[in-house]
Structures are given as structure tokens and as C-alpha cells.
Ligand binder design. Sequence first.
Ligand code: HEM
Length: 215
Amino acid sequence: MQRALTLHQTTIGKKVIMALSGVVIVGFTIGHFLGNLNLYLGPEAMDGYAATLQSVPPLVWGTRLVLLLAFGAHISSAVSLWVRNVKARGSRYQKRKDLATDYAARTMYWSGPILLLFVVYHLLHFTILPAHPGEVYRNVVEGFQNPLIAGVYIAGNVALGFHIFHGIYSAFQTLGANHPRYNSYRRDAAIAISAAITIGNLSFPISVLAGLVTL
Ligand code: HEM
């Protein structure tokens, strides 16, 4: 007898979960980038901004909880779609013909794991084991003055750029904006959002390496 499938057990359900959790993560990333612009205003602005956020525990812990749930949902549906995809490839009746989707999916499978490693490193570096607790400006500038650490951030944010470009493009498709008349706008919107976040984030390690932001 066939059992009814709940939404998260179906391929489209998993894609909807990927898309919605991705929207939450991209929303955080934009907010995080805007907050990090305080780096250009100096130590008082950056440390004051961080201290203001930390002074509202429900905001900090609420954001952490939402992010944890979003990352958990995003990664678990990615893994289960990947397993499904590998199994489907084993069958000669399910050859994939959609080259564009294949290319996007391949990008996600290398950029996703790199991003996960980057985020774990990033949390250890600045949030869990900061060199100077409470001195966010100093932690960031001192960190990025080390070319190896700056290199890790540059590589992580390049992976982020590829990942959110394909992610935003696919999310539009999954969430219904897939019409030939709109497809070029969809691509332009994905390029504009991912390029803005990536260039903005890359500017932080590059400005420190170039000596434009100093201690
Ligand atoms: C060059 C780019 C980035 C810089 C300069 C940066 C900087 C920082 C800093 C300084 C903190 C610690 C704030 C504090 O202690 O108050 C932090 C926390 C964090 N960052 Fe980033 N970040 C960058 C990119 C990213 C990216 C791409 C992500 C993931 C999408 C990310 C996710 C997080 C998360 C989840 C936290 C922890 C927030 C918390 O729970 O306290 N960051 N970041």
C-alpha cells in the first residue's frame, strides 16, 4: 500500500525547504554585511554596534535559533536531494537532460561544503574563540592583517558568491518565478544580489590587506 508523503519527503518539498531556508540565510547575510560596514567608521562604531546587539539577548539568541534551524533545514535537504540524485543517476531510465540545472547543482556541491567549513572556521575565529573578547574591530583588523586568514575569508566569500548566485536563481524557479518572459530578470536579479554581497564582503579583508583599514 502507498503511504501519503509529507511535503518534506518529496523532491519539490525539499527544494521549497532549501529555497525558504536559503532566503532566511541570505537575509541574515545582507544584514550582517550592512552591520560590518561599521568597520569603515572605526573601532568605536564597530565595537559599539556589536555591544548594542549583544545588549539585547532575545535578539541575539532569537537570531541564532532561527539561523540554526535554517542552516539545519538547508543542509539536511541538500544532503537528501544529493542522495536522491545519486540514486537516480544509477538508473538508465532517469538520465538527466537539463544541463543548466546540472551545472548549477554541481556548483552547489563544491561551494556548499566549502561554505560550511568557512562558517565553522568563522564562528571559531570571531565568536567562540576571539583573540580579544569584546574588541570586534581589533579582532577583524588583526585577523585580516594575516594574509593566510584574509585568504581564507576571500576564498570563503568567493564560494559564497557562486553559491548564492545559483541559490537565488534556483529559488526563484522553485518558488514559482519561472516564466520565459521573466527568466532574464531572474538571472539579472540573482547576479545583482550575489555580486553586491560578494564584492561588499571581499572589500573587508582586501581593505585591511591594502592598509586602508588599520589598527
Ligand atoms: C568578510 C566577511 C565577514 C566579516 C568581516 C564578518 C565578521 C564577523 C564578526 C566580526 C563577527 C562577530 C561579531 C561579534 O562578536 O559581535 C561575526 C559573526 C558571525 N558571522 Fe560573520 N563576517 C563575515 C562574513 C560572514 C558570512 C559570509 C557568514 C555566513 C553566511 C557569516 C556568519 C556569521 C555568523 C553566523 C556569526 C555569529 C553571530 C552570533 O551568533 O554571534 N559571516 N562575523
